[in-house]
Design a protein around this ligand. Structure first.
Ligand code: HEC
Length: 410
């Protein structure tokens, strides 16, 4: 089934037509099971249910209301939530461990409009506006955090953007993960400008970043490539990683304008020569090591999440030294998003429920962590990318369809 904006509406319409949505009589257990399986696997696998933290019936109602509209007080909602609470009750399989400390966090949340869109990768411009993409809804979204006003633009058909980055003029550039494109929204005309990859093998633009010269650098995970787009003329250059299946994922620029890339499929980091696009591979220790994303400090230390081993890592490009620290929630915590801010490295433990945010203090090399709060007590996740905004970190929660700003104080 295509993951288009219409997916939710179409499904609910189908159910309404078949009479289930408005059925006043309880459906049989067997039917509810089938219904849940069909409805809940229309966007993602049922593993999400198996692996979930489990919930009470009330909390299941709340959680699914972020994904599908089954009506607020319908028999359908009643039956589905009863089934879920019976088969997926609260469990402690994914419990997180928290390290206390002095810093206090403040979270401000926004709920984005289209349900189940997989809202992700929010980024804030100097003008305060936050842009995000709804990957499964084929959406580019704009939020004015001052007023809470939001607008969702439908991207060109088939784009299914994975991420969005802002250029110097605060124009949002999206990465067309399903149709081999990158493009931007022209803010004056509200029209999209789209660039097609020059090579058919370059299928899946993933995460992007602009350097100070205005060049757009991006990864293509499953194509195993790195791309460079010159916005002056739209020229695109591509380079393939030396190790097959490296799955280039996160990308950041150091103070000299050199792009660095983390490998999600292999134990490596990649340094990109910004002129020749020649790639140098740095091997990281541990065969299970793979790194979703990376962050670079002002003095050019490369920090990465070791998603495969549940560690934070640091590579010193001057000496070649690699240091790793265990995450508070251990080996299977799956650290994912990472950012430098305020003399610290921040990352999340994405496999834990409640999901945590961890702060690594660069001066003392110690960690403090917090459970990411939920306004209704429905602890779900998850952060896939985070970047520093004007006042604090800008994050998202894909399952609950939320964006948030995190600020801190002593
Ligand atoms: C319209 C799309 C859509 C539908 C339909 C949908 N979901 Fe989801 N669901 C999402 C998205 C998006 C996420 C976040 C996935 C991610 O980031 O990989 C998610 C994640 C989840 C998670 C994982 C939460 C966590 O803590 O990580 C659970 C549990 C879940 N869904 C349950 C359900 C159930 C139960 C149903 C059926 C009633 C359902 N979903 C139907 C979009 C959907």
């Amino acid at each position: 089934m295509s993951r288009d904006k219409s997916v939710v509406n179409k499904y609910v319409a189908v159910m309404a037509v078949s009479g289930v949505l408005i059925s006043p009589v309880p459906v049989l257990a067997k039917e509810t099971k089938q219904l849940v399986e069909q409805l809940c696997s229309s966007c993602h696998s049922l593993n999400n249910l198996e692996r979930s933290a489990g919930y009470s019936q009330e909390h299941w109602k709340t959680l699914i209301s972020y994904m599908v509209d089954t009506g607020s007080d319908t028999q359908l909602t009643q039956d589905i939530s009863a089934h879920l609470a019976e088969h997926y009750p609260v469990n402690a399989k994914r419990e997180s461990k928290v390290v206390d400390g002095k810093l206090k966090l403040n979270f401000k949340y926004w709920q984005v409009p289209t349900l189940g869109q997989r809202a992700r990768d929010p980024v804030q411009g100097k003008d305060g506006i936050i842009w995000w993409v709804g990957q499964w809804g084929n959406i580019l979204g704009r939020l004015d955090p001052q007023t809470g006003e939001m607008k969702e633009y439908t991207l060109p058909s088939g784009t299914f953007a994975h991420s969005v980055s802002l250029d110097k003029n605060l124009t949002p550039w999206f990465l067309g993960n399903k149709n081999g494109t990158v493009g931007y929204l022209d803010l004056a005309t509200e029209q999209f400008k789209v660039y097609k990859m020059p090579d058919k093998k370059a299928r899946d633009p993933h995460t992007g970043v602009f350097d100070d010269a205005g060049t757009f650098w991006f990864t293509l995970q499953h194509s195993n490539m790195i791309g460079k787009l010159d916005p002056q003329n739209g020229d695109i250059q591509l380079a393939t990683l030396p190790t097959k299946g490296s799955r280039p994922y996160g990308i950041k620029i150091d103070s000299s304008g050199t792009p660095w890339v983390s490998c999600n499929g292999s134990n490596c980091l990649i340094k990109v020569d910004k002129n020749s696009m020649q790639l140098s591979e740095i091997k990281l220790p541990g065969a299970k090591t793979h790194t979703r994303r990376l962050a670079i400090t002002p003095n050019d230390m490369i920090f990465y999440v070791n998603s495969g081993m549940g560690k934070l890592g640091r590579y010193n490009p001057k000496t070649g030294k690699i240091t790793q620290w265990d995450n508070p929630s251990g080996e299977d915590s799956h650290p994912y998003a990472i950012e430098y801010a305020d003399d610290a490295i921040w990352f999340n433990e994405s496999a834990k429920r409640p999901e945590t945010l961890v702060r690594f203090d660069l001066a003392s090399e110690t960690m403090q962590s917090w459970q990411i709060p939920s306004k209704e007590g429905v602890y779900s996740g998850l952060i896939r990318h985070m970047r520093i905004g004007n006042n604090g970190l800008i994050i998202h929660q894909t399952a609950t369809n939320q964006l948030a700003e995190i600020t801190w104080s002593m």
